[in-house]
Design a protein around this ligand. Structure first.
Ligand SMILES: NC(=O)c1ccc[n+]([C@@H]2O[C@H](COP(=O)([O-])OP(=O)(O)OC[C@H]3O[C@@H](n4cnc5c(N)ncnc54)[C@H](OP(=O)(O)O)[C@@H]3O)[C@@H](O)[C@H]2O)c1
Length: 306
């Protein structure tokens, strides 16, 4: 099969599209024909990991990633003899978190029950590209927001509202919690952030967000650029500061919540650009700029296209 291989840690051109052996599922594993995958900020971080950090992580059992690509959507092609919850032909989506062989490939093999990653049936009305773009940003935003004790009408500031986590945070805070959202982004993203449900938008290139003196019940830093002391000046008396810098967990409950929200028309991943497997180096270069809008998709087959 064709797969992107990460030869060593380093810049985008350490990635190479190669012919590698198609994986064979073990008894508790599922082989998936990938139709669409993505390139996330996490993929970029893992690809350029400092070698010393990689050594440190290996002490804790984290092995070097061989094939990148955490998110995927595709069809179950084969199942191991002990698999009970999926069958051949199921349309599935999920993540390869914690595994060495990711989804920037024609096939990916995942355990039915993973220690860190998740696998579920795709939303019935989603394309493969949409389903692939849901899990990481969507579960991150859900996990962080569910720890905030949000009430209807609460004022929520989403800082970095145009990125993957940011676009999901705006939609979830609005649709699930009925909060009043202010999104912060640059000029070119104002319309996008408004279109996904922000009640107010602030252009951080034109306005100092601290100058109007408005305070919020929740400040959600979705790009990891606000310090706690900066956030404090934006918070009301008992307000909470939420940030993507804190670790989160992927859960089957949250994957299933994303499926339900998508099926109910309450959540849609923002898809910025798509790159073929052959264009993986360019895709990583683009995501590494830190300027993508929502998510970047990798269609692996024609059916995985936008
Ligand atoms: N904790 C977790 O489990 C977890 C999970 C996923 C991601 N993350 C982390 O969360 C962060 C965001 O990930 P992501 O994939 O959502 O990012 P992303 O999509 O790459 O974010 C890009 C967006 O950020 C905006 N942006 C860049 N600088 C900004 C600034 N100074 N102020 C406001 N907006 C700015 C850009 O808009 P403009 O071009 O308009 O500025 C762009 O739309 C990353 O650090 C990632 O590692 C954490």
């Amino acid at each position: 099969m064709k797969a992107v291989v990460c030869k060593k840690y380093g810049p985008p051109d350490v990635l190479e599209l190669r012919e590698v052996q198609k994986p064979i599922p073990g008894d508790k594993e599922i082989l998936i024909k990938v139709h669409a995958a993505t390139v996330t900020r996490g993929d970029v971080i893992l690809r350029k990991l400092h070698p010393l950090l990689a050594v440190l992580l290996s002490v804790f059992g984290v092995k070097k990633m061989k094939i990148p690509g955490v998110e995927f959507a595709g069809d179950v092609e084969e199942i191991g003899k002990d698999v009970t919850q999926f069958k051949v032909g199921d349309k599935v989506f999920g993540t390869t978190t914690g595994l060495r062989f990711g989804a920037n490939a024609e096939y990916v093999c995942v355990p039915e029950k993973s220690k860190q990653g998740v696998l579920g049936l795709m939303p019935a009305n989603a394309t493969y590209a949409e389903a692939a773009a849901l899990p990481v940003g969507g579960m991150t935003a859900l996990y962080i927001l569910e720890n905030a004790d949000l009430q209807a009408g609460d004022k929520v500031l989403v800082y970095g509202a145009s990125g993957s986590v940011g676009t999901f945070a705006v939609q979830i805070a609005k649709q699930v919690y009925d909060a009043a959202i202010t999104g912060i982004c640059s000029t070119r993203n104002l319309e996008l952030v408004r279109s996904i449900g922000a009640d107010q938008v602030i252009d951080y290139t034109e306005q100092d967000i601290h100058e109007d003196g408005i305070t919020y019940d929740v400040v959600f830093d979705a790009v990891g650029k606000l310090t706690a002391s900066e956030a404090k000046t934006l918070l009301s008396e008992n307000g909470s500061f939420l940030t993507v810098k804190k670790p989160t967990r992927e859960t089957l409950e949250n994957l299933s919540a994303l499926k339900s929200l998508f099926e109910a028309g309450k959540l849609k991943p923002v898809i910025d650009r798509s790159f073929l497997l052959e264009e993986i180096v360019e895709a990583h270069r683009y995501v590494e700029t830190g300027r993508k809008r929502g998510n970047v998709v990798v269609p692996v087959t024609e059916r995985g296209g936008l």
